[in-house]
Design a binder for this molecule. Structure first.
Ligand code: GUN
Length: 293
């Protein structure tokens, strides 16, 4: 078993991003700029957004956090998004999900100018991704591709089984792994909560992407010896023994599964760190107008 080390891979790529951000600053007189909108006080969202902002500063980007409480109206959010869409110094705009129930996430997603949609959630980016055209790829799937690249893992012809069909991870991941690209060129099976014979299907995976949001869901009896394991789960549980007051668990039972695998991502220290890199790369590409002019 070898570790797909998110710390190692992300730090290396962040150094490259920092060098390019410095070059951008020199040429344009400004820093790449990411704006995040955070609604409410969800513990997970707070942590993720704080980490996104911190990492922006680390690589020499400008970051702005706009906060609203749970009572903000959909109209107020749409108004703010429209304002940022017009701002030539806003390269990327993300609205952290989930949103309170009275706000329609689809409306919000579609209101963001697709040229600033560094989360890659807008239907224009999704459609372009399916057609293998230049686009913003959602940060977590993008981070997984970068991780596979960093460790020079050849995915061609392999059977990739994705567990979970979320808009943010499972669904785009299944599309990306099937594309005629590298990483990609896989035969893909997309499984989810209604799948019959899930265990049998996962057992066929040369690559298993676990993104179902359930602690230790993928167990050793579901894994073919030598499989490559990508664990996207970030399941928080309260803990009296950690400084933060919680502990993170993946969707994969790491202790049991790791000895059977050829490569495996740890949680924490795996995919989560790469997600940030995906977001930073999209923001830089937006600033440099590499995807849309
Ligand atoms: N919530 C969980 N993951 C994400 C993400 O990648 N982007 C946004 N905006 N919200 C999320």
């Amino acid at each position: 078993m070898q570790l797909l080390d998110g710390k190692f891979a992300s730090e290396k790529i962040k150094q490259e991003i920092a060098a390019q951000a410095a070059e951008f600053l020199q040429q344009s007189g400004r820093k790449p700029h990411l704006i995040a909108i955070l609604v409410g006080n969800d513990g997970g969202s707070e942590t993720y957004v704080a980490s996104k902002m911190k990492n922006c500063e680390k690589v020499g980007f400008r970051s702005s956090l706009i906060r609203y409480n749970d009572e903000v109206t959909e109209a107020e959010l749409l108004q703010k998004i429209a304002e940022i869409n017009q701002d030539p110094e806003a390269d990327g705009l993300i609205v952290q999900l989930p949103l309170p129930k009275h706000i329609d996430p689809e409306k919000i997603t579609e209101a963001i100018d697709y040229r600033k949609d560094v989360d890659g959630f807008h239907p224009v980016n999704l459609g372009r991704m399916i057609r293998n055209l230049p686009c913003f790829i959602p940060a977590t799937p993008y981070g997984i591709l970068l991780m596979l690249q960093a460790y020079q893992i050849d995915t061609t012809g392999k059977h990739c089984v994705v567990v979970g069909r979320s808009n943010i991870v499972g669904s785009p991941m299944s599309i990306l792994m099937a594309r005629n690209a590298n990483p990609g060129n896989c035969t893909v099976t997309l499984t989810h909560s209604k799948t019959h014979n899930l265990k049998e299907l996962v057992l066929q995976g040369d690559i298993i992407v676990a993104a179902i949001g359930k602690k230790n869901f993928v167990t050793a009896d579901m894994v073919k010896p030598g499989a490559i394991i990508i664990d996207v789960g970030i399941n928080r549980e309260n803990s009296a023994t950690t400084k933060s007051g919680y502990k993170l668990y993946g969707d994969v039972d790491f202790e049991q599964v790791a000895p059977k695998s050829s490569w495996i991502t740890p949680v924490p220290g795996g995919v989560g760190l790469m997600t940030i890199v995906g977001l930073l790369k999209n923001t830089l590409a937006s600033a440099k107008k590499e995807i849309y002019s």
